[in-house]
Ligand binder design. Structure first.
Ligand code: ZN
Length: 383
């Protein structure tokens, strides 16, 4: 045993990686079975793998209240978003089956106020917000209790499905201690590539961790995004410095609170650092561009261990001849190449040229193919 050479990754949130996988119970046939929404299924699978450590199940009312009011679990540990299971009525027995894949030992059934949760978690009660809309559609009661998962969800991308224990093993094998995590639900263009590389300059390795659970219908689907990530990594990143893996969570679009939640999850995957970009996990104009940066300052020092790397908007500057931010470039914005998400969709849909300063040609090619497919679907007559 060479203890001296053992690498030390950051400890999981709460100290131990939770494992809520287990055996299929004998009494399964006799149990009432609840059907989960796809968001609840994502959460269940993350409970199983320890991605939501220290949670062992869906939140009880003490934790729920504390999370909404103080961004902490009842035991004081930071936790930014509710992880709850909504039901129509209280189960009659003390144990229920979840979707033929898990059992939950009932600890509590409680009422909750949807508008209050919306205000606290999302900062708005507007039902045009996709996260709030989903909350308002939920069943009226929360069911709390420890889960045991005997059948894991089929991963959408089996070759990218790494549990926290797996990413930790991989980081250790590579001798990494300081690892930065990058959350994304979009194709990676030059601006975000730059962000990850600025971060990578200061640590041992980079985990590109695209979210592959539910997203809004106008986000680029995960399958197309994964193709983009692959060509980008093949062409522009050193293979021995980067791990690409899928993050199985569903998007909540809770902006600042979700940034903290994302950072905590990535801590469980072994990330000592986490990139928080402009309008992290935001949608529409519900959050200020740097709200997700500021919220980390509301946590007390040492609360999180995983360090947020707050990075400004990045762009290509024709005068600098390179990628830059307002922190590093003195030139007028007219020299910057920046294309908004909406402009980008229009340019890709109409097969317009996207400058290589904005996005790598290999990535653009894949996206153009995707948007061409959308166009032909729209134009083909209904049959
Ligand atoms: Zn410049």
């Amino acid at each position: 045993m060479s203890v001296a050479t053992e690498t030390k990754l950051i400890a999981p949130h709460g100290g131990e990686l939770v494992d809520r996988t287990g055996e299929r119970p004998d009494d399964l046939e006799s149990l009432e079975t609840l059907t989960l929404t796809s968001r609840e299924r994502s959460d269940l699978d993350m409970l199983a793998s320890g991605a939501l450590s220290p949670l062992t199940g869906f939140l009880g009312s003490d934790d729920y209240e504390s999370v909404l009011e103080n961004m902490r679990l009842a035991n004081g540990l930071p936790w930014a978003l509710p992880v709850c299971l909504a039901v129509d009525e209280a189960p009659t027995e003390g144990r229920v089956a979840l979707d033929d894949s898990a059992v939950l030992d009932v600890e509590e059934v409680y009422e909750y106020d949807k508008e209050r949760e919306a205000q606290q978690a999302f900062g708005t009660t507007d039902d045009a917000h996709p996260g709030v809309a989903r909350l308002y559609e939920q069943k009226p009661l929360y069911l709390a209790g420890r889960v045991t998962v005997f059948e894991r969800s089929q991963p959408t991308f089996p070759e990218l499905a790494l549990d926290p224990a797996d990413t930790r093993a991989e980081f250790s094998r590579r001798g990494w201690k300081r690892v930065v995590g990058f959350q994304t639900r979009n194709p990676i263009h030059r601006a975000h590539e730059y962000l990850t590389k600025v971060a990578l300059e200061t640590v041992d390795g980079l985990l590109i961790h695209p979210l592959v659970g539910d997203t809004k219908s106008d986000d680029v689907p995960a399958k197309t995004r994964v193709e983009c990530y692959r060509v980008l990594l093949d062409g522009y990143y050193p293979a021995d410095r980067v791990v690409l893996s899928a993050f199985p969570a569903a998007m909540r679009y809770a902006g600042p609170r979700e940034a903290i939640w994302h950072a905590i999850c990535r801590k469980n995957y072994g990330c000592s650092h986490f990139i928080v970009g402009r309008d992290h996990a935001g949608v529409g104009d519900y959050y200020g561009p740097f709200d997700a940066h500021h919220i980390f300052d509301q946590l007390w020092p040492g609360a999180l261990h995983t360090k947020p790397l707050k990075i400004d908007v990045t762009f290509y500057c024709r005068k600098c001849y390179g990628m830059a931010t307002a922190k590093t470039c003195p030139h007028d914005p007219q020299h910057h190449i920046s294309i908004s998400g909406t402009e980008q969709r229009e340019m890709l849909s109409s097969n317009a040229d996207i400058p290589p300063e904005f996005s790598r040609p290999e990535v653009v090619a894949i996206l153009k193919e995707y948007y061409a497919g959308l166009r032909s679907t729209r134009q083909s007559p209904a049959s």
